[in-house]
Ligand binder design. Sequence first.
Ligand code: ADP
Ligand code: MG
Length: 429
Amino acid sequence: MHLDIEEKEKLEEDEVTDNDGFSKLGLRPEILKSLEKMGYKEPSPIQKETIPLIMEGKDIIGQAETGSGKTAACGIPIVHKVDVENIEIQALILVPTRELAVQYVEELSKISDKTGVRCFAIYGGFSMPVQLAKLRHGVHVLVGTPGRLIDHLYRGTLHLSSIKTFVIDEADEMLDMGFFKDVELLADCIIGEHQTLLFSATMPPPIKALSETYMTNPSHVVLNRSTVSPKSLKHCYIKSEEVDKTDQLIKLIQGANITQAIIFCKSRTRVMSLFEALKKRLKETDFLHGGLDQAIRNKVMEKFRAGKLKYLIATDLAGRGLDFSGISHVINYNVPENPEAYIHRTGRAARQGREGMAISFMSFRETEYLHNIQNRIKVNVNKFGSENSPVPKPSRKPHSSRRKNHYTRPGQFDRKQKRPHHRHPSNET
Ligand code: ADP
Ligand code: MG
């Protein structure tokens, strides 16, 4: 048979679409229906790679850029594997923040709609009696933040002996020193045979090495070797010293075409002072940090998700995992010292191939941070409004102690600094 080029290309296209569909993965029909309802036509690259491996029971380290669909990459096979007749917790998913626990379980609930699989989230700040009742009633897939899960372990209300799949989302953050002891305790309580899955957009080598001690011949699925940041995200900077940042931010906001933006600050205090400075001049502005009551945190998240807020001023609490479809800009009022934090913060924009822009206000002392970030993400961070003027090499001048003190208040710690006590990052951001 002779096919002309156009016909051949069409056939190949059809073949690819067909092979790429969820239906080829051998999933339960109810799940396929749910995915259709959710508008998921075909698996994203990380989903295509990891779903079959997870279904086989393999241990996995899955690394793909922010917004690439890692939740469903893990959630779909977990729901598929649940034995509905067995009313015991069969999968446990650890996440670093309460907001992420809520988001994760919402996605799982959509995937598992009509399957009979019961998914639930346990996190601090949420009614204990409701959690106890739910656990008593029976949960198949449990999402949780480590602190509250451990509370339940001590109370004897959480049993992990039937866990077949143990997931650590945002794994590098969870295995970092802030959460490590809690994660270790929970991992030690899962005594039955199980698979372990780690997911994140970033995985620094020491964390990767550490994580492997928990796993058996893990498969590394790494889809973001060339760039860790989404290709559709533009990065730029505006030179600005601390005292000028608020005025420059207002100027930027008035001129830029922003649909929705998160403005990240390095501390709760800075979030509050920026909110005070902005609230009269910018309508539809609110703030989020870990010191707020959980009910308020939930309300702010809801309003922002629903598009009722345009600007959200936040700490790194909102920097990991949260999925917002309407964000056009991520603004760093303070440049994070840690490149991983930058990747996660800015990854709140440009999700699933959408366009997005990350703008960082860079003071003299932050030049070094942003220069390191530029090297890490392997993409130029250009001067705002200019096509080709990347962050310059920082001058080697040592920082004056006066400048340094300006940033460090009593009781305020740098993320990398050794802390005197075991901490929960979600309580500080
Ligand atoms: P990640 O964890 O990689 O940062 P998420 O799991 O939060 O990304 O997913 C990002 C967005 O992509 C979510 O809004 C999710 O609903 C959507 N999404 C995930 N998988 C698919 C798919 N196969 N098709 C369409 N949209 C998807
Ligand atoms: Mg995620």
